[in-house]
Design a protein around this ligand. Structure first.
Ligand code: ARG
Ligand code: ZN
Length: 465
């Protein structure tokens, strides 16, 4: 006790000489950042205490050994005083971490990379974190939601997955509420393609290896990043003055349904832009993979990835193209703050399929609505469906029914003005269901609460508006 008091007096004296701030005071301003963002759909995902602005990733992948080596430079702003912070990183070995160029200590705890910088980081401070890492990346354990993460494919690899995948190939704040811009350099053996998001920034070759460069200048949620390496037929052109890059796995027929569906990317995007407002990004595209483990398509930003199951018939499936391109507005440009609101992505993307099918002469929206209405299980909620049901009919189909009910209630002119206004106002941001309902009520000039309650979460079939 006495000793302690005497010690404190000494510290105080030093502190007074040093300008009034003791080490203890300083340390009290710095705490470890939270280990996740508290989203119950993805326990452990995301991290607290900071916000990422940009990821600069340099990755080398050798399909012969499945080894990836990476160098990530992450630009971060502290949102709280941090003594320590963490990234999500699944598997892989970290060799070195630097914070603002100075060595930092690091340790792993499961799928977390904990970084302790030499000095605390005050709230508001912008800093860079460099992580050198490598190993043989693995997919995340596949649950009822299907595979996500990095899949080695023999000739290359496919990194893809929702709600999580990014942490299998780079250190990341893996939650859609922290969007960031990206620059990516991928080095692969000569002859292989290395595709990713955004604007192509060219290729260069050296010593048997080719480096492909990609840049996504609009904020992107981490699950919307993709890396696809292998033998692909890559076609590079422009659409509406922006780069359009499509790629079809060499294992799929050159003029088959996948190639023919992807060839309509620009046309479908223009159709949607007429309804939703200007296409939100600087590049277009799509990637058709042949790996049967990819049993879904995903709206990876600017360049959706399509699994082989969508292109089995001989008719090109443009419905899935309309769905994934609609996500460029709903989900990618305007993203989720939390996964329980996933209907904001899927309900609108499914509704876009209905719009496209009507335009394409397949079936009217009214017919799609009536067919779905008849088979809907109204006991299953669209909002907060539970993690296991996040890709279920209550989200996709009942979500689309709710969108159409809104259109019926407010009329076509108000409805499309509402969608365009919402997308413009929230562009490059995130939103919740309450935000959407609030916006819709503002534009409609009246309460829409009973309508949304009935169509999104009510336990019985709502009356048709
Ligand atoms: N968001 C994707 C889509 O609507 C679906 C992803 C499904 N993911 C899965 N693991 N089953 O097209
Ligand atoms: Zn979707």
């Amino acid at each position: 006790m006495t000793r302690g008091r005497r010690w404190s007096a000494a510290v105080l004296a030093v502190a007074l000489l040093a300008g009034g701030c003791t080490d203890e005071d300083a340390n009290a301003r710095f705490r470890p950042g939270a280990a996740d963002l508290g989203d119950p759909y993805v326990p452990g995902a995301g991290n607290g205490g900071y916000d990422v602005a940009h990821y600069a990733l340099r990755v080398r992948y050798d399909p012969a050994s499945d080894r990836l080596t990476g160098q990530a430079t992450v630009t971060v702003t502290a949102t709280a005083g941090l003594s320590r912070f963490q990234f999500d990183l699944a598997g892989l070995t970290v060799d070195r971490v630097r914070v603002d160029g100075a060595p930092a200590t690091h340790r792993r705890d499961g799928n977390e990379l904990m970084v302790t910088p030499a000095h605390g980081l005050p709230a508001g401070k912008r800093f860079t974190v460099e992580v050198a890492y490598g190993g043989v990346p693995q997919p995340l354990p596949s649950g009822e939601l299907g595979d996500g993460g990095f899949h080695a494919t023999g000739d290359g690899a496919i990194a893809l997955g929702q709600p999580e995948s990014a942490s299998t190939w780079y250190p990341v704040n893996d939650h859609p509420s922290d969007k960031a811009t990206y620059d990516l350099e991928v080095t692969v053996p000569d002859g292989l393609a290395a595709l990713s998001n955004g604007v192509p920034k060219g290729q260069s070759s050296k010593d048997g290896w080719t480096t492909w460069r990609w840049s996504e200048g609009s904020p992107m949620a981490s699950y919307l990043t993709t890396l696809v390496i292998g033998n692909y037929r890559v076609s590079t052109g422009t659409h509406a003055g922006k780069p359009l890059v499509t790629a079809v796995a060499a294992g799929l027929p050159a003029d088959g349904p996948a190639a023919r569906a992807l060839a309509r990317t620009g046309e479908v995007a223009d159709f949607l832009a007429e309804r939703f407002g200007p296409y939100p990004f600087d590049a277009y595209g799509g990637i058709a993979v042949a790996d049967e483990r990819i049993r879904y398509a995903l709206e990876t930003q600017t360049r959706p990835v399509y699994g082989p199951g969508f292109f089995r018939g001989d008719r090109p499936n443009t419905e899935v193209v309309a769905h994934e391109l609609a996500h460029q507005w709903f989900g990618d440009s305007v993203s989720l703050s939390r996964w329980s609101d996933i209907w904001l992505n899927e309900g609108f993307a499914t509704y876009a399929e209905w719009l496209w099918n009507e335009h394409d002469g397949v079936r009217t929206v009214a017919q799609a609505f009536a067919d779905r209405y008849a088979v809907t299980d109204w006991t299953k909620p669209t909002v907060d469906p539970g993690r296991a049901a996040m890709f279920g009919d209550a989200v996709y189909q009942r979500g689309a029914l709710a969108v159409h009910a809104l259109r019926r209630a407010v009329g076509d002119e108000t409805f499309f003005r509402m969608l365009r206004g919402w997308l413009a106002e929230r562009r490059n941001g995130t939103a919740t269901t309450a935000d959407f309902i609030g916006y819709a009520e503002r534009i409609a000039g009246r309460s829409l609460r009973p309508l949304f309650d009935a169509w999104l979460v009510g336990a019985g079939a709502p009356a048709l508006p």
